[in-house]
Design a protein. Structure first.
Length: 202
């Protein structure tokens, strides 16, 4: 009987998760609800709604994280919502996520209901890859800047998303500097940045 009760409770929890909404555009979210949107998310919603110049974006709720931890997998419907909001973001910006000609880059910032300085992770420039860097180089007319951003993204994503330690990335960077005779980062050429990106990607 206990097992049947547990099974029923698990089914009820799953159904509750299915009925939850996990994403809110900055224009939609309740800026007073830090428990649901986290401090950063709530703040961005508030600033957007009072007319401050905030780049478009959306918040994934804290409930998505709670459900992920509960079931050890993304809750049902979450990624469908993320795709929907990413498509809306593409329309707002006139750019495409993964579009090599006019790439959309996004920052992914974690947050919580309580302030936790230094404890939250951030991934910048999600959307950079071997193809989009070419388009962005054409748009910015600054290839070195783009590949510098790309090597930083690879390190951030590797560390936060894949659990790769900083030491491996730092070793590649320092070896390239030594090889090029560079004493500071700004002395590295575009080709050196490309070499770093290639090594880090591999």
């Amino acid at each position: 009987m206990a097992r049947k009760t547990t099974g029923k409770k698990e089914k009820e929890k799953t159904n509750m998760a299915k009925n939850r909404r996990y994403c809110y555009a900055f224009e939609e979210g309740d800026g007073t609800n830090k428990k649901l949107l986290g401090g950063k998310g709530a703040g961005l919603c508030t600033m957007t709604q009072i007319g401050l110049p905030v780049p478009p974006g959306f918040v994934i709720t804290t409930e998505a994280n709670v459900d992920y931890l509960e079931y050890d997998k993304f809750p049902e419907g979450l990624m469908d919502e993320v795709h929907e909001y990413m498509e809306a973001l593409e329309k707002k910006t006139g750019k495409g996520f993964g579009d090599p000609n006019k790439p959309l880059l996004v920052s992914v910032r974690s947050g919580s209901a309580l302030s936790m300085p230094g404890m939250m992770d951030t991934i910048l420039n999600l959307g950079l890859n071997d193809e989009t860097v070419k388009g962005l180089s054409t748009l910015t007319k600054n290839e070195r800047f783009v590949y510098d951003a790309y090597r930083r993204f690879l390190q951030l994503f590797g560390k936060i998303g894949l659990g790769v330690k900083d030491e491996g990335f730092d070793e590649i960077f320092e070896e390239t500097k030594k090889k090029c005779g560079a004493t500071v980062d700004t002395e590295l050429t575009t080709e050196a940045m490309k070499e770093i990106c290639k090594a880090r990607y591999e």
